[in-house]
Write a protein that binds this ligand. Structure first.
Ligand code: FAD
Length: 469
């Protein structure tokens, strides 16, 4: 069998000094070679691994026939943003893990599994570069409907696009000054180029979607006021924008950031464009990032880049309670972080922070941990070893310990029912919330998930809004 085709990447040494996209897409030749490795299984397992059920077998088949147009449209039947998902989907835990070429029982995709995400990116970029906009499905058929979409992350954008394609008049309200949600303020440009994101948002504008930023629904307007203004339905894609903390002694010291704040300052507030922008963000000479997910990897790689750009010696370390295999981050991001020079301290459980004379963080005290039986997540539980304390010096610490539901709207709308995690409760078939006509999807339902999962829920809600109209 042919060897998997790796996508080209910027050289690790030089890329650590800039925010340019690290992975380049496949060339046509590379895409054809990789597509030709697909076994075109009679019963393709990969499709069941995709949260939105893209017909992977079919789109790859179209690529092998050089019919990139059909490949693009096949993906677009299920996924509004192939260029985005081709860049950020954790394919090794989803479609590639289900690929028949992945070894049975493997915790994530084997190297041999087809690089479905790179092929999706290739088809998506082809569509973008050749202006293959999807025509409105049923022109103006539902033009009597007017829907307010709250939040412009992947859930809101997907719902807006889906409805607009049916002729629905859609207004998106976003509390921040820029649209895109985590795609803009969380995921750094070296993983998702802003051109791609802007292209998708401009496409929605061309479909007639109207965007209003700096608009906090729940305060600027309530849900009731939106209905009074004539909206027939409302979609809530509020995300999980509230960071969790560890509850440790010293956690409020200066120079300890949540990953959300750190990444927002850099990505949304343009600190990555230094010296053009002078957004205040502390650059550590000795940075610790606590966590093992995508957010931790992004924070560590951003901190490292800032060190290099500002002429500091590279010194950024990720602290994780378990081992590498249990890390929820995408394998590629872990690999990239390591190549760029990020250090890893595994089996380390943070205990408390120590301060210097000015009240700035100076040390993180940790306990060594060992792995016990698997917990509810299926990963082996970390057990701290008593008396194993050790210290790590730091002048900047970033905590990436998970995110919780954004309560800005929920707290002012008591009729919205939530579960014990404060996530919205919805009907899983329609995504309708406890308020009639108000639907929801993405991280605000079921907690922190993935881009494609958020889009899957949003699409379901959009279909239900059309069906119930
Ligand atoms: C740093 C980071 C890296 C990640 N990396 C990946 C990855 O590589 N792959 C992947 O699949 N997933 C990744 N994820 C997870 C993924 O980004 C989320 O699952 C996804 O963005 C959820 O989409 P959403 O639309 O529900 O929420 P969000 O993207 O959070 O968008 C919600 C939007 O709603 C706005 N909003 C909230 N309340 C209001 C209100 N009351 N009024 C108006 N606007 C409001 C917010 O400002 C925000 O813009 C990552 C997450 C983070 C934080």
């Amino acid at each position: 069998m042919k060897r998997p085709v790796k996508a080209k990447e910027l050289d690790a040494g030089s890329r650590a000094g800039n925010f340019e996209e690290v992975v380049s897409g496949y060339s046509e030749e590379e895409a054809l070679t990789e597509a030709s490795r697909c076994l075109q299984c009679k019963e393709p397992l990969c499709i069941s691994g995709c949260p939105v059920g893209i017909d992977i077998k079919k789109f790859i088949y179209h690529i092998t026939r050089k019919d990139y147009r059909q490949a693009y449209f096949t993906i677009r039947e299920k996924n509004n943003f192939p260029s985005i998902c081709g860049r950020v989907c954790p394919a090794e835990y989803q479609c590639r893990k289900a690929c028949v070429l992945t070894k049975k029982g493997s915790p994530f995709a084997s190297e041999q599994a087809i690089n479905i995400h790179f092929l999706e990116r290739f088809a998506g970029d082809y569509g973008k570069n050749n202006n293959l906009d999807i025509p409105a499905q049923q022109e103006a058929r539902f033009s009597n409907l007017r829907v307010a979409v709250v939040g412009s992350g992947p859930a809101g954008l997907c719902c807006a696009g889906e409805l607009a394609r049916w002729g629905v008049k859609v207004d998106v309200f976003e509390s921040l000054h820029k649209t895109g949600g985590v795609l803009r303020y969380g995921i750094p440009p070296f993983r998702l180029s802003r051109d791609i994101l802007d292209f998708e948002i401009n496409y929605l504008k061309r479909l007639g979607v109207n965007f209003t930023t700096n608009f906090l629904v729940g305060k600027t307007r309530t849900i009731k006021e939106l209905f009074d203004e004539g909206y027939s339905g409302i979609f809530l894609g509020l995300g999980a924008g509230v960071p969790s903390f560890l509850g440790l002694k010293g956690e409020n010291l200066c120079n300890i950031y949540s990953a959300n704040e750190f990444l927002t300052r850099v990505n949304l507030m343009s600190a990555y464009k230094f010296p053009e922008f002078h957004t205040p963000v502390n650059i550590g000479k000795n940075v610790l990032v606590i966590g093992g997910g995508n957010t931790a990897m992004d924070a560590a790689r951003v901190a490292l880049r800032l060190q290099k750009i500002h002429g500091f010696k590279l010194n950024t370390t990720v602290i994780y309670r378990r081992t590498e295999i249990e890390m929820p981050a995408r394998r590629m991001e872990i690999e990239h972080a390591r190549q760029e020079g990020v250090n890893f301290e595994f089996l380390a459980q943070p205990k408390e922070f120590a301060e210097d004379k000015q009240g700035f963080v100076s040390k993180l005290v940790c306990l060594k941990s060992e792995l016990g039986e698997p917990d509810s997540s299926g990963r082996r539980r970390p057990i701290p070893i008593e008396g194993s304390d050790f210290e790590l010096a730091c002048d900047l610490c970033v905590i990436a310990a998970g995110l919780k539901a954004n309560q800005s709207l929920i707290s002012t709308t008591p009729e919205l029912k939530t579960d014990k995690y404060s996530d919205l409760i919805v009907d899983p078939e329609t995504m309708e919330s406890s308020i009639k006509g108000v639907y929801a999807g993405g991280d605000i339902v079921g907690g922190e998930g993935t881009v494609i999962e958020a889009m899957g829920m949003a699409k379901k809600a959009a279909c239900a809004m059309i069906d119930n109209s």
